[in-house]
Design a protein around this ligand. Structure first.
Ligand code: AMP
Ligand code: ZN
Length: 430
């Protein structure tokens, strides 16, 4: 079943024709209305007429995180201020956030794309959708909220945290679908276990949309086991509407990126050249339908690869591999590049290990990986614990090429995150 069958299954040539038409329209709009882009076009000696094919995309200027901050609050608006309908900000680091404006059409499109995604995962009208993302300035909760309402779900705007209340809501209202971050999902699994809630017996959960931060296939499996449901990877970013940009279908083999709304490039971050088909690089996205704040070639800093093979579900939009990391998350330890996901993959695949971990960088260039033991594993013999610690250190060395100190800690010892987790604490004196 599809939400918007015509668009979701457009034959590639038709899809590309539509993309070109929308790209040209977007370019004309930003050139006419956004001084930032006018300047960039002038610097490049470009006019909108130069964009004659999709290949000409590469002639367009990039837009970066820094550009968004420099144009805060409303410098990138392509509609009059009084035609904006909603303001979101990007979850951010420090200082001023990135401001993202939506017009009426943008609000509607964002919900449409979520509705497509939800139907693709098998969600239907009548499902009970408990939304555990943070409500507020972030796109995560609100955008999916309206998407689920479009589909005809009963939406419970629970927000994150207070697990006791979450479980009460699940029981009392028969929640079938939940939406949350991977770190909170892992915590919730531990919470259920501790409180003797057997999800398959006591709850009606069927599906979880898990996203907002990178996680591994091993973590997906842990969440699926712990919560007794199917996990679908959900990718989005506020600059491109928020959630619903790319979403797994029931095949769970990569996330369909809605190519009638976004043009995708995967570039080598060093050379800015496209990587060979199927290889990893930085995801760069151009909006095709955004009215209030179109963005050309936005550098997401997210690392992924494109899956071009057709999908058994019949959707013709290409898929993204699981995001393997953010360029900004990369750690350099003694000259070696490491992504936290590499560590997570090893930890989550190890029997006896629980669901929470923390990477600490200290001293000159030392790494300690603190990881909770599984509830069942705790209380083991000291020798067993030492052996486990050793084994993990070895496996980590094979993965990241340097050997961290591994510290096994009791279940529940590490800080819990309800939103995006902070997995790395860097206290190095370099
Ligand atoms: P925000 O704009 O605050 O919603 O944050 C968007 C960022 O969250 C993206 O650029 C990614 O770095 C990250 N993100 C969102 N969804 C996923 C996902 N499914 N897997 C990995 N990272 C994700
Ligand atoms: Zn599919």
């Amino acid at each position: 079943m599809f939400w918007d069958e015509t668009h979701e299954t457009l034959p590639r040539p038709d899809l590309e024709r539509l993309q070109l038409q929308r790209l040209q329209e977007t370019v004309r709009r930003v050139f006419a209305r956004v001084p930032f882009y006018q300047r960039k076009f002038n610097d490049l000696g470009l006019t909108p007429e130069a964009i004659r094919s999709l290949a000409d995309l590469r002639r367009l200027p990039f837009t970066t995180n820094a550009d968004l901050r420099a144009n805060y609050p409303a410098g990138l608006l392509a509609v009059p201020y009084d035609q904006t309908l909603r303001l979101h900000t990007s979850s951010g680091t420090t200082g001023k956030p990135k401001a993202l404006f939506f017009s009426r059409q943008d609000v509607n499109n964002a919900a449409e794309l979520c509705a497509r995604a939800f139907i693709a995962t098998g969600v239907r009208a009548g499902d009970v959708f408990q939304n555990m993302m943070t409500y507020g300035m972030f796109t995560g909760a609100l955008v999916t909220h309206y998407g689920a309402e479009k589909v005809g779900c009963l939406v419970i705007p629970a927000g994150p945290g207070n697990s006791e209340r979450q479980v009460m809501l699940m029981r009392d209202f028969g929640s079938t679908v939940i939406h949350l971050t991977p770190s909170y999902a892992l915590y919730l699994a531990t919470f259920l276990e501790k409180h003797g809630v057997e999800p398959r017996r006591d709850l009606q959960l069927r599906k979880a949309f898990v996203g907002a931060e990178p996680y591994t296939e091993e973590t997906r499996r842990k969440i699926e086991e712990g919560l007794g449901l199917d996990v679908y990877n959900s990718y989005g970013l506020s600059e491109m509407n928020g959630p619903g940009v790319a979403f797994e279908c029931e095949q769970k083999q990569g996330m369909h990126l809605w190519e009638d709304h976004f043009l995708v490039e995967i570039l080598d971050p060093e050379t800015d050249e496209p990587v060979p088909e199927g290889q990893s690089g930085e995801l760069v996205l151009t909006t095709l339908c955004r009215e209030a704040m179109p963005l050309l070639r936005y550098r997401t800093r997210d690392v992924t690869a494109l899956i071009t093979a057709p999908c058994a579900c019949g959707r013709t939009h290409r898929r993204l591999h699981r995001i393997t990391g953010r360029a900004d998350d990369m750690l350099i330890l003694r000259g070696v590049n490491i992504y936290p996901q590499q560590i997570e993959r090893v930890l989550m695949a190890q029997p006896g290990i629980g669901r929470n971990y923390l990477i600490e960088l200290t001293g000159l260039d030392e790494m300690t990986v603190k990881v909770e033991l599984a509830e069942a594993g705790f209380g083991g013999q000291v020798e067993q614990l030492i052996a486990l610690q050793k084994k993990l250190a070895e496996k980590l060395r094979a993965e990241i090429l340097c050997k961290p100190t591994v510290q096994l800690v009791p279940p529940g010892d590490l800080p819990v995150s309800e939103g995006k987790a902070k997995r790395v604490v860097d206290r190095r004196q370099l």
